[in-house]
Design a protein around this ligand. Structure first.
Ligand code: G3P
Length: 220
């Protein structure tokens, strides 16, 4: 995947599930095609098949379980998301945290299947632990800022600098409260290779306009 990248997590916002997921996914696809920006979307498991059938940009699962096929109920398997055409998955999002053992097993299995893994961490210290499992990218998101109006870039620039040192160049995304091209620009200037965001696009009155503004932060 081309860096720097913008990954938009659809979560389970009503504006980003079902028919709305398709509309929003098309907007991301259009913006990627019109601007040449590297954009990925992380979509709820229920909507993956429909969204993947609709867009060309990389589609990520929001989580996969570490178990394989078998007598489990309610699990979403790496094998399944691979089979329907996912590019990769998020793991250990602040809103879906897992333990180290599970994370290690999941990263390993995803890589065996050829899935790209973005592992999340709440702090640079947690990023250091997560790094041991060798995800493709680490996304550091201070939980207090998630869903809020003040971005990690403005509120916690020191966190980005510290996290880049830990994750390494070309390995770090940052997120939480990212709403504008300026937020993206600051994150990249501090050494991040992209951003992970949600509400800045999904809750915007005009998601396409919001995404176009965010994309502007990529060329600084
Ligand atoms: O996964 C992205 C997310 O946790 C950040 O959310 O709404 O602060 O951009 P938001």
């Amino acid at each position: 995947m081309k860096l720097p990248v913008i990954i938009v997590n659809f979560k389970v916002y009503q504006e980003a599930t079902g028919e709305n997921a398709l509309k929003l996914a098309r907007i991301h696809d259009e913006v990627a095609a019109e601007t040449g920006a590297s954009i990925g979307i992380a979509v709820n498991a229920v909507d993956l098949v429909n969204v993947i059938g609709t867009v060309k940009i990389p589609v990520f699962a929001q989580h996969v379980d570490h178990t394989g096929y078998g007598s489990w109920t309610g699990k979403v398997l790496a094998e399944q998301v691979k089979a329907v055409g996912c590019y990769g998955t998020l793991l250990n999002h602040a809103e879906y945290q897992i333990g180290n053992e599970e994370l290690e097993q999941s990263v390993k299995k995803c890589h065996e299947l050829g899935l790209f893994v973005i592992a999340c961490a709440e702090t640079p210290a947690r990023a250091a632990e997560v790094k041991k499992f060798e995800p493709d990218l680490i996304a550091v998101e201070p939980p207090d800022l998630i869903g809020g109006d003040i971005s990690v870039s403005r509120a916690e620039p020191g966190v980005i600098v510290e996290a880049v040192k830990i994750a390494g160049q070309g390995r770090l995304l940052v997120g939480a409260g990212v709403k504008s091209g300026e937020d993206v620009k600051i994150a990249l200037q501090l050494g991040a290779s992209g951003v992970l965001l949600a509400s800045g696009v999904i809750k915007a009155d005009d998601p396409k306009k919001a995404l176009l503004d965010i994309v502007k932060g990529l060329d600084f």
